[in-house]
Structure formats: structure tokens, C-alpha cells
Design a protein around this ligand. Structure first.
Ligand code: NAD
Length: 515
């Protein structure tokens, strides 16, 4: 495979008139596909099941974007059987050839980039930049894993002795299930599925029922890339189907990304050895966050204000890495709070198909109700400084919301809300800020804005998060640059987009021969 070294896919600049126009045209093309029906895929065969999941536009819930066939547990059995058959041959396809298949998929994503983004604007409620960033991230994951497989496919370095010939090889595990969340329906679906496949495994994807269309489109690319039938199967469905797949005795690994509560259930269910099961399931469970931006007394407060606003309200706060706590030194607390409120007030809330809207709707009615109920709790636990109400219009809009003077132990300071809500917490000193920052069950991302080298070094050592950033926001990890995955109840620290990731899909075999 003569490929250049990995480089991140550049993101698009929609202020450029030509790019802007091209995206406007892509949005019109996406609208012209409303209300298409999409099938499930088992063993390379697409089919309809008689049952459908409706996928709607969060900014206009009466608008069904598409209908996706819903899979049953019988379909799950058929998909696992197909994946088991495909594994027998796919595992023997040279890693180089498997990697080439991946690169064909990323090339197709590049060509269809604006159409994929446009669909996520309607299906996922993403702003143009957010949608484009996700397509770029999906491409990055695929390109990164295709290259990293080369490193892991040959014999691995060992200590040599004269009396024996010894080898260590990484081999695939078998059939896995990929369970993504709705908030990164392309990247966190295609990335893990193709990471598993490039290692020689076969997989069943069960997408989130909130965003199942983008995966059906991904399956077209899987087919066109020449990935053999049965290697990647696609079964839209809900929690019950996910639970069935996780507990299935023929599954060897589970790659889950989602909330803490579901992740814990998945982890427990996968740990039970089922009758007939001859292995322990490997589980990757990447879960939620209660991510903090810490602002020190000595810091560039304007940069911190910008970082908090972008990280708290970008994609309506619906990122695992979103800033939901601003922990601010008392000397600059009022300044930072006022600055965040002022800047957040200017954010325009509305349908993301209009480029100028910076805050769109949350994913659906269930999320809307849940976030508003947390806002109700926040009104008792803190001082409402901004927002606190639904937005105008038919969509699931919520105004950017800022609570001040929140106790570090308050529910809105401890529980993941997953919406456009940030809690300001006052810290008496940098040590106090660190203590507050670490005092949650999560440990995903965190930022520190400080000019004090001693404080930064203290945070480097003691801030318990998988992704720590200094003097920048806590969202926006780039594959290959910031391998992603948290600590504590934020997950198993799989570190997507890093050199540890593919090892989750591989087992090592040592072979020793006496000379
Ligand atoms: P969720 O936990 O509700 O659902 C995730 C997936 O699990 C969905 O596909 C869902 O259908 C499936 N599922 C639900 N119950 C199941 C069960 N019992 N067994 C098997 N599968 C089941 O999460 P969500 O609302 O889709 O996503 C948002 C959450 O994901 C947030 O908590 C966010 O922080 C987290 N997230 C984490 C990361 C990360 O890398 N750490 C990245 C993105 C999102």
C-alpha cells in the first residue's frame, strides 16, 4: 500500500462563497430525498422488514427525513451467522488488502462529503461546521486505522535467543457488535466498525434509532468499496436489539459508545458467559462526561470566555466532551461569568440548515424534556443568568443556559445533562479548582486556562481526565493528534484515533519453535 503518512483531513470554510453555495446545493439534494426508505443489510443483501423507524429533523419534528427498516432478533441471529461465515475468509485476507478497502471508503466519503454533511444537518440537527467536522473525523479515523494496521500486521519485535525461533502476531477476535450513539452517527459508527474490520474481524452495527439513515448510506460505501458480504452488517433497532446482540453467545467483542447508565449495563451483560460461549467478551465502553473548563486567576480570560461558550453551546452541548462546568477562580469569576453571558446572548438559535444559526435543536422530544427538567433543577440549585427556556418554533430548541454560583455537589454540577447548559462554580484557589474538577464520577475531557506554569504542571499531573487541554477549549479532539477516551465512569479509555485503539480488536499469539 503506497500511501502517504497520515494527515488530518482539512475542514471546509463555509464563509467561502463557492463552498457555501455547494453546501446550499447539497442541502437541497438532501431535502429531495425526504422521505426515502432505507433497508437493513445482512450478508451483503439489503432488505425491508415490514417495520420502520422514522428519522425526523430535530429542528422540524413534523418533517420525517427518512424511514429505516427496523431489525428483529431473528435478523440479529441471521446477521451474526453471516458475520461468522464471513470471518472464516476475511481473517485470511492480507491486512494490506483489508486496509485498501478502508481507504476506498474514505475516498468515497471525501467525494460525497457535502451530501453526508447535509444529511446530518437534517437527521442529527448539526450545524454545517459540526457536520463537516464529523465527516472529516470519520475520514481521519479510517485513514488512521488503515495505516496503523500495517504496524500491527507483521511479526512484532521480541527478545531473540539462539535456541528458539519466536514470533508474536496479532490476530482478529471474531464477530463483534458496534453500538454507536446518535451524536456522532457517522464517525463513531464507521470508525469502530472499520477498525474492527481492518483487523480481520466481522461486525454487526446496531445504530442509534435516533439517527439510522447515515449508517444506511455508509453501507452503500461499504459495498462499493468491495468489502465482502457479511463483513459489515447493518441492523437498525433500539435498546432491546442492542441488549440481544450484546448477550449473544457468538459475539466476541462489543464496541459501545453512549451514556454511562447504558454503558454499565452493556459492560455487565457482556461479562456474563452464556451457555455455549467459549470466550470472555472484550468490551470497549466509551461513555459520558461532566467536563470542566478551569479558569485560573492568572489567565487570558477572554480566551477562556470564548472557549467556554464554544465548548458549552456548540452542537447544543450534545458532545461527550462539552463543557458543562466552568470552574473559575474567585478573582476572575464575575468577569468570566459576565463575558460568557454576554457572548452566549448573541448566539442565534434556530434551524441549522441556515448557516447563520449557531445553536440548533436538541435531538428529540425525550432529550428536550430531560434537559428542561435539569434546567428546572438548576433553577433551584443555582442562579439563572441566561436562558432557561425552550427556544421559539416547532423544533426541539432550548436557549443557551447559564447557571451561576452552583455548588460543586449540586445535581447540575454532577450529572450529565447533554444539552446547552453550563454551571458556573466559584473556586477559592487553584487547588480548590482542581479538587472540584476531579470530584465527579466522570473523567473525560478538561481544560485549564492559566499562565501560571506551576499550576499547569499541577493539572498535568493531577487533573483526572483522559483528554486534558491547556489554554484551549475541551471539545474538538483530532484523530492522531489527541487520541480520545476518558477515565473513571467515562469509559474504558479506548483512545480512538491513537496507537492503542486497534489492540482492542486483536488478540496476540506467541509461537515458539526449538531450533
Ligand atoms: P445511549 O446510551 O442512550 O445509547 C447508545 C447506544 O446504545 C444506542 O445505539 C442505543 O440504542 C443503545 N442501547 C440502549 N440501551 C441498550 C442496551 N441495554 N444494550 C445495548 N445497547 C443499548 O446514548 P446516546 O443518547 O445515544 O448518546 C449520548 C451519550 O453518549 C452521552 O452520554 C455522551 O456523553 C456519550 N458519548 C460518549 C462518547 C465518548 O467517546 N466517550 C462519544 C459520544 C457520545
Amino acid at each position: 500500500m503506497g500511501v502517504p503518512p497520515f494527515q488530518n483531513e482539512p475542514t471546509l470554510d463555509f464563509t467561502n462563497p463557492t463552498t457555501h453555495q455547494a453546501m446550499t446545493a447539497a442541502l437541497a439534494r438532501a431535502r429531495s430525498t425526504f422521505v426515502r426508505e432505507y433497508p437493513i443489510t445482512i450478508d451483503g443483501q439489503t432488505r425491508f422488514t415490514g417495520a420502520f423507524i422514522n428519522s425526523s429533523d430535530p429542528a422540524k419534528p413534523s418533517q420525517v427525513v427518512g424511514r429505516v427498516a427496523e431489525a428483529s432478533t431473528a435478523d440479529a441471529d441471521a446477521a451474526i451467522a453471516a458475520a461468522t461465515r464471513a470471518f472464516a475468509s476475511w481473517r485470511r485476507v492480507p491486512a494490506e488488502a483489508r486496509a485498501t478497502c478502508l481507504l476506498r471508503v474514505s475516498a468515497m466519503m471525501r467525494r460525497r462529503r457535502l451530501d453526508l454533511s447535509a444529511l446530518m444537518v437534517y437527521e442529527g440537527g448539526k450545524q454545517w461546521d459540526e457536520a463537516d467536522g464529523e465527516v472529516a473525523e470519520a475520514i481521519d479515523m479510517i485513514e488512521y486505522y488503515a495505516r496503523d494496521m500495517r504496524r500491527l500486521s507483521g511479526p512484532q519485535p521480541l527478545t531473540r535467543i539462539p535456541t528458539e525461533d519466536n514470533e508474536l502476531h496479532y490476530l482478529p477476535l471474531g464477530v463483534g457488535v458496534i453500538i454507536p450513539p446518535w451524536n456522532f452517527p457517522l464517525a463513531i459508527m464507521a470508525g469502530p466498525a472499520l477498525a474492527g474490520a481492518v483487523c480481520g474481524n466481522t461486525v454487526v452495527i446496531k445504530p442509534s434509532p435516533r439517527t439510522p439513515i447515515i449508517g444506511a448510506i455508509f453501507m452503500d460505501m461499504v459495498r462499493d468499496a468491495g468489502i465482502p458480504d457479511g463483513v459489515i452488517n447493518y441492523l437498525p433497532g433500539g435498546a432491546d436489539l442492542g441488549a440481544y446482540l450484546v448477550s449473544h453467545p457468538a459475539i466476541q467483542f462489543v464496541n459501545f459508545t453512549g451514556s454511562k447508565d447504558v454503558g454499565i449495563k452493556v459492560y455487565e451483560a457482556a461479562s456474563k458467559v452464556q451457555p455455549g460461549q467459549r470466550w470472555l467478551k472484550r468490551v470497549v465502553a466509551e461513555m459520558g462526561g461532566k467536563d470542566a473548563i478551569v479558569v485560573d486567576a492568572e489567565s487570558d480570560v477572554d480566551a477562556a470566555i470564548g472557549g467556554i461558550v464554544t465548548a458549552a453551546f456548540g452542537y447544543q452541548g450534545q458532545k461527550c466532551s462539552a463543557c458543562s462546568r466552568a470552574i473559575v477562580h474567585r478573582d476572575v469569576y464575575d468577569h468570566v461569568l459576565t463575558g460568557v453571558v454576554k457572548r452566549a446572548e448573541t448566539l442565534s438559535v434556530g434551524p441549522p440548515e441556515a448557516f447563520e444559526n449557531q445553536v440548533g435543536a436538541v435531538i428529540d422530544g425525550v432529550a428536550h424534556e430531560r434537559i428542561l427538567s435539569y434546567i428546572g433543577i438548576g433553577k433551584r440549585e443555582g442562579r439563572l443568568r441566561l436562558g432557561g427556556e425552550p427556544g421559539a418554533g416547532e423544533g426541539w430548541f432550548i436557549q443557551p443556559t447559564v447557571f451561576a454560583d452552583v455548588d460543586p455537589q449540586a445535581r447540575i454540577a454532577q450529572e450529565e445533562i447533554f444539552g446547552p447548559v453550563v454551571a458556573f462554580i466559584r473556586a477559592d484557589s487553584f487547588d480548590d479548582a482542581m479538587r472540584i474538577a476531579n470530584d465527579t464520577e466522570f473523567g473525560l475531557t478538561g481544560s485549564v486556562y492559566s499562565r501560571n506554569r506551576t499550576h499547569l504542571e499541577r493539572a498535568r499531573a493531577d487533573f483526572d481526565v483522559g483528554n486534558l487541554y491547556f489554554n484551549r477549549k475541551c471539545t474538538g479532539a483530532f484523530m492522531g493528534i489527541h487520541p480520545f477516551g476518558g477515565y473513571k465512569l467515562s469509559g474504558t479509555n479506548a483512545k480512538s484515533g491513537g496507537p492503542d485503539y486497534l489492540r482492542h480488536f486483536l488478540q496476540a499469539k506467541s509461537v515458539s519453535e526449538v531450533l
